[in-house]
Design a protein around this ligand. Sequence first.
Ligand SMILES: Cc1cc2nc3c(=O)[nH]c(=O)nc-3n(C[C@H](O)[C@H](O)[C@H](O)COP(=O)(O)OP(=O)(O)OC[C@H]3O[C@@H](n4cnc5c(N)ncnc54)[C@H](O)[C@@H]3O)c2cc1C
Ligand code: FES
Length: 1116
Amino acid sequence: GGCGACTVMVSRYQPATKTIAHYSANACLLPLCQLHGAAITTVEGIGSSKTRLHPVQERIAKAHGSQCGFCTPGMVMSMYALLRNKPQPTMEDITQALAGNLCRCTGYRPIVDGCRTFCQEANCCQANGGANCCLNGDENTNESGHFLPLDPTQELIFPPELILMAEASNPQTLTFHGERMTWVSPTSLEELVQLKAKHPKAPLVMGNTNIGPDIKFKGVLHPLIISPIRVKELFEVSQGPDGVWVGAGCSLSELHSLLEKMVPQHPEEKTELLRALIQQLGYLGSQQIRNVASLGGNVASAYPNSDLNPVLAAGNCRVRVVSGEVPLNQEFFVGFGKTVLRPDDVVVSVFIPFSTKGEYVRALRQAPRKEVSFATVTAGMRVRFSEGSRTVQEVSLYFGGMGPTTVSAAKTCQAVTGRPWNEETLNEAYDVLLGELALPLSAPGGKVEFRRSLTLSLLFKFYLDVLQKLRETVDRVSFLNARPPQPHPHVPKDQDDQDPVGRPMMHRSAVSQATGEAVYCDDLPQTDGELFLVLVTSSRAHAKITGLDVSEALKLPGVVDVITANDIPGKKTRVMFGYEQELFAEDEVFTQTSLENLDFRKNMNYKNFCLSVVCVGQTVCAVVADTKAHAKRGAYAVKITYEDLPDPIFTIEDAIEKSSYFEPRRVVAKGDVTEAFKSVDRVYEGQIRMGGQEHFYMETQSMLVVPVGEEREFKVYVSTQWPTLAQEAVAETLDIQSNRVTCHVKRLGGAFGGKVIVTSVLASITAVAAWKTNRAVRCVLERGEDMLITGGRHPVLGKYKVRQKTQLKDQYSKIVKKNFNCDNNWFGSCLLCGQVASRELHIPTSKVFISETSTSSVPNTCPSAASFGTDANGMAVKEACEILYRRLEPIRQKDPGGSWETWVREAHLQKISLSATGFFRGKDLYYDWDKMEGQPYAYFTFGACCSEVELDCLTGDYRTLRTDVVMDIGRSINPSVDIGQIEGAFTQGLGLYTLEELNYSPTGVLYSRGPSQYKIPAVCDVPLRFNVYLLPDSHNPHAIYSSKGIGEPTLFLGSSVFFAIKDAVTAARSDSGLSGPFTLDTPATPERAFLACASPFVKKVPASKPGSSKPWALNI
Ligand SMILES: Cc1cc2nc3c(=O)[nH]c(=O)nc-3n(C[C@H](O)[C@H](O)[C@H](O)COP(=O)(O)OP(=O)(O)OC[C@H]3O[C@@H](n4cnc5c(N)ncnc54)[C@H](O)[C@@H]3O)c2cc1C
Ligand code: FES
């Protein structure tokens, strides 16, 4: 529910008002049964390349807002839903609407640029569809032409039969029966209460944003689900003199709109709580989540870091249940996910009171990312003063993120009550607050020192705010600055008009991607008898498997088989960089012969295994079933018992201590380092850590293996950067010749280096299942599985020692462990190759079509990685096209007035071959580590970057105000693609250096396994001004048309934001009288920046006693 890629628009008819409500929602969290009576619009429904594009689809495509394209349908639908409600949105509306849609390629600027054209503010030229719109013309695309105008009268109509259905006077209880679940949707409160009394354990599903993830990801089963969505009492709103009763079923968006409507209708002093709630709601989840999540669901879920509950509690709100009213106070929240309500209670409504004169209410929060991120600490604070004085009459402080549920700082409130609102009172309050909101080191969520200090910081902010009686200003990203110029180098004057090289052309699949027509691996239609494969992975970091019981799994409906190492007919391991990786967990003791003697169906309860695992997430076996749901259930039912082995290695320090190195160890040294250090004025020594990074490609690892049915032939459809490796791996695993295996790659929904090697392992496992069952088998990892199973960019520990001599500085650094691997240029490579073919064949790009990469057409592909895709493929395409063009030369000479089509037809008649292969091997690069010499790179891509940030020292929040990038990328083949690559890689770098944090439990379990826990940059993280300049007049003799590889290099420029943060921290430290070097590891998260600022609040928090309890997370 956190990436927005599945966004659709839900429309419902409301009989009471006879209006239709349209809202965006994440399809992955929408239960189908809940949608009875609703109309769903998907990206395919609003326009297509065959009929007419919708303006949103067209403008995002033309603005170069679609790269890998996997997120594009979600972006389009978020924007579409916004336009259905507000055809002329503001920039604030647009950034809000897109806040919950993640993109890993573009860096968001082009997406926002496309959407900006609908905006009524003066960001775009306002031509809105006219010929002269700022996004039209040469600067951006030579294919754009005019934009289609947005005409709300042309939108899809709501199905009339659904209106008739909703108007029906006698609504019936709806009941749906599934394989294991029953879904009941009553129509009256009375019926709902009866149902709940009879089935107190059955959850009430409203938005499904709490219940849904548990069912989906944790395998929680609710045999009965009650859906109160048709109970109208839960949606009633009634205003009184003291406040407003809001139905518990109202969505958070409806609550937001209601409060926004109420605020101007009342004097300011009455709306303190209303405004605090509006502010908090603006940061709670994404638009898609707020559109479905209900007020009652949020209250009843009692999340530890719920944003609403601390504010509702501080604001003296009350909850109405059928039997009466219950105050929402410290007694209401009794534990993790628990309230005082009885299991059979139904929350009917929530009372939100008006504030009174002299009363101030504030909502405060700090989160790992500014938007769409659960808060680290969140708070609701209210204070009331005696009339005309600054003496505190009543105060209420509630915090989220400081315990298993919303907690009240009751003692602090007591200490402050009756006291003047001044620093003396506050200073005493800090000590009480620290005392009562203690957290052990092992507290879930970690960041203990940060969280404790934050409570003080937030209290201080509240104090200041109230003191100055300032209204909290909504602090949002704004793209209101004029769009930065994107200087596209001009093509030479004498270049043929038809020659597309050097011109900013639209991505050739942009339209298919924006219309949902683009086919990714998982979009391939199901084949007859197809099975789905789900992996069963180790939950231990280092253990012997003492039992593997698959009997329960095999009994489940739909489960066809369990695949283990024993089923592999060929090689059971893949060798990567000299290291063997097993496809399934194995052990030396069980060598091939002993494993081959195991037959799981005969030995279903086989004990005394001797398989071992070396990390959490290692594949142990795989379940194949007729559907994904059945395979998942089968995987849950596999029982593995373990016996832990000693000495698991979790950290780099552990590895060094235990001499566990990846060999060979590399040293780069120049001169006599020891000698050089003997005569220096000063030596600086220290170490710096760099956190790891998840690829977070939007499309997870996906593959479909189809046995052809004869001659041991297999077709493998796979999302990989290296089809040849997947082909070879599958062939070796199945012990067949690789000419029996064909790999097909249509497109990738992002890769970044994460689909070069590991995909071949997963494809091999899937192929074993296809081999064994003789049926097509599909495997598409879920995000959590993907993050757990696949690797990523590794953490780095760098130790440095630098000598300083007057007028001479030298540096010696030793990197203990380092691994970078990233690729962003798959999509670009295809487009650029099309441009190359167009130039070489002298035909327009519209005549060039790139179908797919297949090992049957190019048998020995190099990986599309390391920014080498265009260098290699562009040259190869050039060579092949030159061959073809030469072959056509005699025909052209004979018929100079002919067309491409007539020449080609003639060539066919003359039996001239019309296919050619080009090949480019690149420069032979090498490095001799012993001699420390060689040429490891053919050329360098240079860049420089400057960023400016603003840091809030009280919370560690930062915002990038401006970034300027200058890149030398030679002569750009397509400046729009290159700028897209630069912005995308920079943004991924910004994530690496400042945002993305992988957390592991003390037993080596990855906690951060999805967008809720792992924050990649979102729209809110884009620098407010982002200028990218391509260095003019640069040439590169080593690559196609003098261009340069650009996928990866800009990633490192993201570090400029890190260094800007470090400078800001240095300034903050110097204000506190601290000088000299200090360590700031990456990612420089708000936590790290805040702690490094060493504010008085940080110093107040007593350090935890070492060994007092196990920290929640490892310091990787
Ligand atoms: C991606 C994502 C991001 C999020 N971000 C935030 C955030 O930043 N801040 C934040 O505070 N929250 C956040 N949430 C949590 C979200 O706000 C809550 O899950 C939501 O409010 C719960 O409402 P629901 O209608 O979806 O509940 P459901 O999942 O439908 O139900 C949740 C529980 O509430 C009970 N319940 C529901 N209605 C009633 C009722 N009327 N009476 C009694 N019990 C009831 C159900 O029985 C069930 O146990 C996020 C959730 C997601 C998925
Ligand atoms: S939000 Fe549904 S797939 Fe990410």
